[in-house]
Design a protein around this ligand. Structure first.
Ligand code: GLN
Ligand code: ZN
Length: 757
């Protein structure tokens, strides 16, 4: 009997081995064979961990060199035309992901409401699908050799199509028949692999508000696929929110074997499972999105409720989603406060939780060690609920009177005052904040942290970098400068480190995209600012130039969305605490004569709930938190904000209501079509749509940038437009950044010189 499973495993490696292997490969330090060898070692290790923890149904094909959706593009043979001439397998794969001198990379965007990014499949009438099952078969056999009976994970057809974009205006669902054929062929091949094979189709799209057509397709897809072979047990897996009643009914009416539902982020699923009939239920009860230790007692109560509607033998204890979204292991965390550490659980610890919960739930007799483990679990949860580390009464008092969300003057009045003081030209040029993070910088910061160099040595190093940044920007001729963010390892961690209520891991990495990882800090208690967080470096930078230097802060919603956040307080209350800290910071910055302050809300959009019914609530608190943060800004202080990868159509009213004086947005990969909405609503605040993609090493030419600016001028008047790259430059190298920015300034000069029609 299968008692437990997990949706998918983390893949970057417990010490980010995959990241380092990829980067070594990309820079030519290791070859194909070596990369493949290291990847295989990682996969085998992941399988071993799961087996050792007592996981019954272990996944394969949850590994990826870059991204699982891109793997599906390869599996289906849906290679966009501009890459078709590349014959080398790995070169083709990575060029699709990252672009090269000749080819723009495929678009990348956020995976549902996470900070993981997937590659967006491009479909057109000429897309021709052919099956390439090599990866799956190889990884299946690898597991078999270890004696493991694996479940094969892959993205299901409905999610794949729904996340694809059409590049010729055709309807993506026109490809349904064609890709279904490939999925069928794939299943036929898989059925040859063993007597019984489990296949998990990830269909997170079913937790969004599906329309009727999508529901029909869902039925069609799984009716068809569940008939391919009796040797296959198909599971349709969903996560991040609930699947509605209809959808569950649709799936239950097919011959699939199991359904995966998330009971942590979609409690509503409890009401909808009556109809799953004889299906197996992969019950996502261990949180795959957060790092708090599971409370096994209450989880078992939840499972008992589930068991009122689903027969117990059919309940498979599982994670709420893939463990891709949490760090690997607590075993390297020797600097965490021991009390805080006792409240946590990462990937490897979660495996034990899944295993223990399933033993507790599924068997009447428990081993002694299980009882001990259960007791320890209850104790840790009790300690967290009652810890004095969590509550700050002084803050609670201050919050009561912190209610003003309105700046004193309106945008129209403010912008006049600001333009008078700041005197920037039309098509003002700037950047989003960070400049390249060099090895030298990383070493400087880590040596300081480890106490290897003195405060003075550290500060001299940072100042030297700032001087260099300012000099380059002046030389290039940018209008509004930045200090370059050399003191920041990460835009959230940096602020978290200066706030009470936060804890930090040494090795808590989570994949963001490709080889990029982030290390979200842990927000465990009430938040208070200890002292000014950014004033020193911004004012230093300002003292080095007559030009205006823009201050850089990370906004409350982004800090929250990019942290692992306490789950014992509503998010809206946590956001308000962060807003108060930032409000104080903005006040300090303007008192230190900083005239422009950017409050980055890079992750504002990704925090949106997947269900429309939950959207209003999020918008309300997120908007309030941003407005509370900037409400201390005087009329003459220009507030900028920046957002990443956003499709603004459905949130344009909220963006307007944020009431920032200037917003810069990431549009370069998605093209100008997403800007139309700003025109449609007669958006009045100033705006800097990124004119080139900083995620690719490619340096765009002056001509390209001119075209891009000309296209923008068709939408916005020049007085409303700022010209900037589409995100921070920290991931790029100096030799990419300098020529790109030079081209940008040249392009602006040429456009300014042209007579406007
Ligand atoms: N100011 C930040 C930077 O430039 C913004 C980064 C982001 O939007 N992700 O790095
Ligand atoms: Zn950005």
């Amino acid at each position: 009997m299968i008692k437990n499973s997990i949706v998918g495993f983390a893949r970057i490696g417990e010490q980010r081995e995959l990241k380092f292997a990829l980067e070594a490969f990309w820079s030519g330090k290791i070859d194909d064979d070596e990369l493949r060898k290291r990847a295989k070692e990682l996969r085998l290790k992941n399988l071993e961990y799961q087996r050792k923890a007592g996981i019954d149904l272990i996944s394969v094909n949850d590994f990826s060199f870059y991204d699982g959706v891109l793997d599906m593009v390869v599996l289906l043979g849906a290679i966009p035309e501009r890459f078709a001439d590349i014959s080398d397998e790995l070169k083709l794969y990575f060029t699709m992901a990252r672009g090269d001198e000749k080819r723009v990379a495929m678009e990348m965007t956020k995976w549902f409401n996470t900070n993981y990014h997937y590659i967006v499949p491009e479909l057109s009438k000429s897309t021709h699908f052919t099956l390439n099952a090599d990866k799956i078969i190889k990884e299946f056999n690898e597991a078999k050799e270890l004696g493991i009976n694996p479940k094969i994970n892959l993205v299901g057809p409905l999610t794949f199509l729904s996340l694809s974009k059409s590049i010729d205006g055709s309807d993506v669902y026109e490809h349904l028949e064609a890709i279904l054929k490939i999925y069928e062929q794939l299943l036929e091949q898989i059925a040859l692999l063993d007597e019984k094979v489990f296949v998990q189709f990830d269909e997170p799209i079913i937790v969004t508000d599906l329309d009727k057509r999508q529901k029909n397709y869902l039925l069609k897809i799984y009716e068809k696929l569940s008939h391919v072979s009796p040797k296959l047990n198909l599971i349709v897996s969903s996560y991040f929110d609930y699947a509605d009643k209809d959808t569950i009914e649709v799936l239950s009416s097919t011959k699939i074997w199991g359904i995966g539902l998330d009971f942590v982020h979609g409690r509503e699923n409890l009401d909808n499972i009556k109809n799953i009939k004889d299906k197996y239920l992969m019950a996502g009860v261990i949180d795959g999105r957060n790092i708090w230790k599971n409370d096994i007692n209450s989880t078992v109560q939840l499972l008992n409720k589930i068991a009122l509607n689903v027969q117990k033998e059919h309940i498979i204890i599982s994670t709420s989603c893939s463990l891709l979204h949490v760090p690997y292991s607590l075993k390297y965390e020797d600097r965490l406060d021991s009390e805080v550490k006792s409240w946590l659980s990462f990937v490897l610890e979660k495996l034990d939780e899944v295993s223990l919960t399933s033993r507790f739930f599924h068997s009447d007799t428990l081993l002694e060690r299980d009882n001990a483990a259960l007791e320890a679990n209850a104790k840790a949860n009790h300690s967290r609920k009652n810890s004095s580390k969590i509550y700050n009464s002084v803050l609670q008092e201050r919050l009561k009177s912190f209610t003003n969300t309105q700046r004193a003057t309106s945008f129209d009045e403010r912008i006049k005052i600001q333009k008078d003081i700041l005197k920037y030209p039309a098509l003002a040029t700037t950047t989003i904040g960070s400049f390249p993070q060099t090895d030298e910088l990383r070493i400087l910061r880590s040596s300081f942290k480890k106490g290897k160099i003195s405060q003075d040595e550290y500060e001299d190093g940072i100042k030297k970098y700032i001087d260099e940044c300012i000099r380059c920007q002046e030389e290039i001729g940018l209008d509004v400068l930045v200090h370059g963010e050399p003191e920041r390892n990460d835009m959230v961690e940096y602020f978290g480190e200066q706030l009470n209520g936060y804890a930090f891991t040494q090795n808590g990495w989570v994949q963001s995209y490709g080889s990029r990882c982030v290390k979200p800090p842990l927000l465990f208690g009430d938040i208070t600012r200890i002292k000014p967080m950014s004033v020193k470096w911004i004012t230093y930078a300002q003292s080095r130039t007559p030009k205006i230097v823009k201050g850089m802060l990370t906004g409350p919603v982004t800090i929250l969305n990019w942290s692992f956040v306490r789950d014992d307080l509503p998010k809206k209350d946590v956001a308000k605490q962060l807003a108060l800290a930032l409000n104080d910071e903005i006040n300090d910055l303007q008192n230190a004569d900083i005239k422009i302050i950017q409050v980055d809300e890079a992750a504002f959009k990704e925090g949106y709930p997947l269900r429309k019914s939950k959207k209003d609530e999020y918008e309300k608190w997120a908007l309030e938190a941003f407005r509370l943060s900037v409400s201390s800004a005087k009329a003459q202080t220009q507030i900028h904000t920046h957002m990443c990868y956003s499709n603004f159509n459905d949130i344009i009213k909220t963006i307007e209501a944020m009431d920032a004086d200037v917003i810069s947005i990431e549009t370069a990969r998605a093209g100008n079509k997403i800007l139309k909405i700003f025109k449609e609503v007669s958006y009045r605040q100033e705006i800097g749509p990124g004119i080139y993609d900083i995620h690719s090493p490619r340096i765009p030419s002056v001509e390209e940038m001119i075209d891009q600016i000309d296209a923008l001028l068709k939408i916005f008047p020049k007085e409303q437009l700022w010209i900037n790259p589409d995100c921070g430059l920290k991931t790029r190298k100096w030799n990419e950044v300098l020529p790109a920015l030079e081209n940008l300034v040249k392009a602006v000069k040429i456009v300014r010189g042209k007579k406007q029609p």
